[in-house]
Design a protein around this ligand. Structure first.
Ligand code: FES
Length: 97
């Protein structure tokens, strides 16, 4: 889902089941993109993958892991189902779905 100026459109599902569309800039984490667009429903904690409060599920769009995600917060199975820590992933600049 590529956009103008290298922006990427994604859809994520929050812990309460709400779906949020967002546009991420290259190099921006999902969490930073959500906050920049005024989303306050995804909690912000450590911003470094340590606390797990920013967990979301990617519904549409491709992401890459920019910072290690602890299996304590996102198991391998959950990862396969699209769950990520929003502070640890960025849009995949190489993918245009
Ligand atoms: S804010 Fe702590 S893991 Fe993302």
């Amino acid at each position: 889902m590529g956009g103008d100026d290298g922006e990427h459109r994604l859809v994520v599902e929050t812990g309460d089941g709400a779906r949020i569309e967002l546009v991420c800039r290259p190099g921006e984490t999902l969490l930073a993109g959500l906050r920049r667009q005024g989303c306050r429903t995804v909690p912000v904690g450590c911003r470094s993958g340590g606390c797990g409060v920013c967990r979301v599920r990617v519904i549409a769009g491709a992401v890459v892991v920019a910072r290690p995600m602890s299996a304590t917060h996102v198991s391998a199975v959950a990862r396969q189902q699209g769950h990520v820590l929003a502070c640890c992933v960025q849009p995949d600049a190489g993918r245009f779905d």
